[in-house]
Design a protein around this ligand. Structure first.
Ligand code: ADP
Length: 593
């Protein structure tokens, strides 16, 4: 087996760079004016400063005029560098979601053709199933794989439960109380039976509720909800979990959140959370007296889209079974719910969950993982982690799913920004940049906005309102913030009653505002750590460790880990989980004070 010398990759071998040897990873470099105008504020300048060229940007089709304008520049590049200018190449198989292929083609990439091309002439391989370890080992410096090895520890329900239980033992229940009490069958059978009967005794005539889920299946398959022990069917490879019987209801429908998380590396650990997502609804009203009704108790869209009520206009939630996350948060805000606090808790939960497996994940270069976190909110607004999915569904089933298109665009931006930044670091002019940084540091004797990759320097909200972002535009258009309450009600309810049921109001606490206060920005769609650190000039920032600090954002992806200099340090040269947990605790204390 030939091991690639990943560390010694030269600037000409890094993804997205101009190469002279392998045509597949040469670039069609647009003119600066064309691409910098589409970059997040300040980022274009930073990349140029680092001597970085950028791949065809965003999904906007290139006009003939732009193509004409570009051509001479391409020729100039071509002549001066001697490089063969060709688009990047993606590789897919029959499991690759069609939207991935369509986005990459839209961005000017070419599809890999086994017959025509050299076996190594591709830049990105995206498929649903994981890669073999040999595929990881043989990955070339110009290639990226869309899976990281070892992540099933998170995405199998039994493994997730075991890892989180271990973390609870190590770092305390107060931090790791976001997963419902879980028993892994068959090992925990006796413990479960003891817990069940003890609870029955405590509750007296009240019922307790449990959910039984196959450890490895997805899309709601094989799930059983029960209250009476005689309905419990024990099976291997199952988990039995406390059923959250007091979910936050919207229009009396249960829902859960699908949060997209991209880990661009485990060593050092780098986590981004997508600032848009999905809310998935059950399509029949929540009813604990009928536990067999999957349309009322399971929020999987694969189940609900085949239900009789899917097409109906339902109370508050309207048609179908999905909302965007922005619409959900707007809804919460309209009830005076502190959605920012909820979002902070979700970020923290994501970090704590990934920390549970990060130290044991094998090292692998040039790969990333997109996770789908399924989170249920209860009526006291506590978020519960239900499961973590690898290869979260990227099918476009309804208009709300359009956000997945932008999600794929933003993933490409994210991984190619990282690649490009590496290239910039290794390019000769980076030496100059770093020496400037060092000089500046010694001048000022400490941190400064210019020697960091500052969280503050990139305005996320300005990016959010980019006119090319159709999904964001959509989110804004359904956003009730600036709308008068009555108009808002119409938009949110899909012409139906906007009011929560009395039971819901009593349970979920949100109170109706007499008048809606417009919010100025799309918060909580900016990083909470970011927003936190924005408050003061002297607040900790991620120090650029010779330019190695991760990008604070790409599209709607916002860096949530590392979130300060201490956690950046604690994620280098072996992950110091204890130190990171301390930092998280400090942050929580600050947020609560
Ligand atoms: P799957 O991988 O089959 O989708 P999940 O764990 O995501 O399995 O469960 C499917 C659905 O069942 C969830 O979307 C949620 O609606 C419901 N559910 C799962 N676990 C619980 C729980 N502990 N309490 C309440 N509802 C749950």
């Amino acid at each position: 087996v030939r091991r690639p010398d990943l560390c010694s990759s030269t600037p000409t071998q890094v993804p997205g760079s101009l190469r002279t040897t392998t045509p597949a990873c040469t670039l069609n470099v647009p003119s600066e004016a064309n691409y910098t105008e589409q970059l997040p504020a300040g980022l274009g300048a930073r990349l140029q400063e680092a001597g970085v060229s950028i791949p065809p940007w965003r999904g906007r089709p290139t006009s003939t005029l732009e193509k004409k304008k570009r051509k001479p520049q391409l020729m100039e590049e071509d002549e001066s560098s001697g490089a063969l200018l060709k688009p990047l190449v993606f590789r897919v198989d029959e499991t690759t979601p069609p939207v991935v292929q369509s986005v990459l083609l839209e961005r000017g990439w070419n599809k890999f053709d086994e017959q025509e091309q050299n076996a190594e002439d591709w830049n990105l391989y995206w498929r649903t199933s994981s890669f073999r370890m040999t595929e990881h080992i043989n990955v070339k410096p110009w290639q990226q794989l869309n899976h990281h090895p070892g992540t099933t520890k998170l995405t199998r329900k039994d493994c997730l439960a075991k890892h989180l239980k271990h973390m609870r033992r190590m770092y305390g229940t107060s931090l790791y109380q976001f997963i419902p009490l879980t028993f892994v069958m068959p090992n925990d059978y006796t413990k479960f039976v003891a817990e069940y009967f003890q609870e029955r005794q405590m509750l007296g005539t009240k019922r307790s509720y449990w959910i039984c889920k196959p450890a490895e299946l997805s899309r709601g398959r094989g799930i059983l909800i029960f209250s009476d022990f005689k309905d419990f069917i024990v099976d291997d490879m199952y988990i039995v979990q406390k059923y959250i019987s007091n979910p936050l209801l919207i229009g009396r429908y249960k829902c859960d959140l699908r949060i997209y998380v991209c880990v661009t590396g485990f060593k050092p650990l780098t986590i981004y959370v997508y600032q848009e997502g999905l809310v998935r609804f059950a399509t029949e009203k929540f009813d604990l007296s009928n536990l067999q009704n999957n349309y009322a108790h399971l929020t999987n869209s694969s189940i609900n889209k085949s239900g009789a009520s899917y097409e109906k206009i339902k109370e508050v939630i309207g048609h179908g079974c999905k909302w965007t996350l922005s619409r959900f948060f707007s809804y919460l805000r309209s009830w005076d719910v502190d959605d920012l606090l909820l979002w902070k808790k979700i970020h923290r939960m994501v970090i704590l969950t990934i920390l549970a497996i990060a130290p044991s994940v094998p090292s692998a270069a040039n790969c990333f993982e997109l996770f789908g976190f399924d989170i249920l909110i209860d009526d006291s607004l506590k978020p519960w982690l239900l499961e973590v999915n690898c290869s979260p569904a990227l099918t476009l089933d309804c208009s709300t799913d359009v956000l997945k298109r932008k999600l794929v665009h933003d993933i490409i931006d994210l991984i190619y920004l990282n690649g490009l930044r590496n290239e910039g670091r290794e390019a000769s002019n980076t030496t100059h940049r770093n020496s400037n940084i060092d000089a500046a540091k010694s001048d000022r004797g400490g941190l400064d906005a210019h020697d960091c990759l500052p969280y503050e320097s990139l305005s996320f909200t300005s990016r959010m309102y980019n006119k090319h972002d159709s999904v964001v535009e959509k989110a804004v258009s359904v956003h009730p913030q600036a709308a008068p309450a009555s108009q808002l009600e119409g938009e949110m309810s899909g012409q139906e009653d906007f009011h929560l049921s009395t039971k819901e109001m009593a349970q979920s606490k949100p109170k109706r505002r007499s008048r809606h206060t417009p919010h100025k920005t799309l918060m909580p769609y900016a990083s909470l750590f970011q927003s936190h650190s924005c408050k003061t000039k002297t607040s900790p920032r991620v120090l650029s460790d010779h330019g190695k600090a991760p990008d604070p954002q790409a599209g709607n992806f916002v860096l949530v880990f590392p979130f300060n200099e201490a956690t950046l340090g604690a994620s280098r040269n072996g992950l110091n989980v204890k130190r990171i947990i301390q930092e998280l605790q400090k942050l929580m204390n600050k947020q609560h004070s």
